[in-house]
Design a protein around this ligand. Structure first.
Ligand code: KIV
Length: 278
């Protein structure tokens, strides 16, 4: 009998990605391929295309909900979308964002990170931070919750920093970010994510860090790359960040576009110098 719901070729047989996998990829200088997803169907395409890490980003406030920023996103929204994405994954590591004001003290952070793991099915949470958040990272790590610390351009602080700006351009800012990264790692962060950071600074942080460093607009020297899924599919409403690239071109299907992105990251063809900042 023919199964009308026949599955596409998938990564079902491949071993699930864990923190050990990510550390091994860094050690072997193999790039880590990451993308965002917000629902089960796209998550399944990413998983079958060999994406290592899938992030349920609070960027969903902008690309799914149509807001001008990530600030309106709530923990309930994040739990819901994390549940959807979890159902689409078999292999990739699932990371979920702690949204604005959901980690302002250790107790609140534990409660909300616990929801993302227990109800959402996430394997790791991400928070935007500098050294000020080290005690939050320590509280989460102390309870066995893996943490990704997001440095550089931190969209949840956009009103405080005056918009979406490249971070760490002055020497003082750069030195501070290197110190922040060290403190967050010492507090127990398992992964660092650098957004819109000049390439030389991203290189410094990546070389100093023992944990893997993922970049978005941080140049080619970091251990892995992440982009917002809708940017690689050209769904940005005509606005594409300078660091992003559209892979849905030349008659490719969505799955082929995701595979092309993964191959470009792994081979070092993406990002190119024009995607980065000096
Ligand atoms: O929310 C998000 O999608 C992110 C990525 C841009 C890294 O934080």
């Amino acid at each position: 009998m023919t199964d009308i719901y026949a599955q596409p070729a998938s990564s079902a047989d491949a071993a699930p990605v864990t923190l050990v996998t990510l550390r091994r990829l860094k050690k072997n200088r193999q790039k880590i391929v990451c993308l965002t997803a917000y629902d089960a169907s796209f998550a399944a395409v990413l998983d079958a295309s060999g994406v290592d890490l899938v992030l349920v980003g609070d960027s969903l406030g902008m690309v799914i909900q149509g807001h001008a920023s990530t600030i309106p996103v709530t923990i309930d929204h994040m739990v819901y979308h994390t549940q959807l994405v979890a159902r689409g994954l078999k292999r990739a590591l699932l990371v979920a964002d702690l949204p604005f004001l959901s980690y302002c003290d250790p107790q609140t952070a534990l409660l909300n990170a616990g929801r993302l793991l227990r109800e959402g099915g996430a394997h790791m949470v991400k928070l935007e931070g500098n050294a000020t958040q080290a005690m939050i990272v320590e509280a989460l790590a102390g309870q066995g919750i893996p943490v990704c610390a997001h440095l550089g351009l931190r969209p949840q602080s956009q009103h405080k920093i005056g918009g979406f700006r490249v971070a760490g351009r002055s020497e003082a800012e750069a030195n501070r970010m290197v110190e922040d990264a060290k403190q967050l790692e010492a507090a127990g962060a398992d992964l660092l994510l650098l957004e819109c950071v000049p390439t030389p600074l991203a290189t410094r942080i990546t070389e100093a860090a023992r944990v893997p460093v993922i970049g978005i607009g941080a140049g080619p020297t970091v251990d892995g790359q992440i982009l917002v899924l809708y940017d690689i599919l050209g769904l940005g409403g005509g606005v594409r960040p300078r660091f992003a690239e559209t892979f849905l071109s030349g008659g490719r299907s969505i799955a082929e576009a995701v595979v092309a992105y993964a191959e470009a990251v792994r081979s070092g063809n993406y990002p190119q110098p024009e995607h980065g900042f000096e």
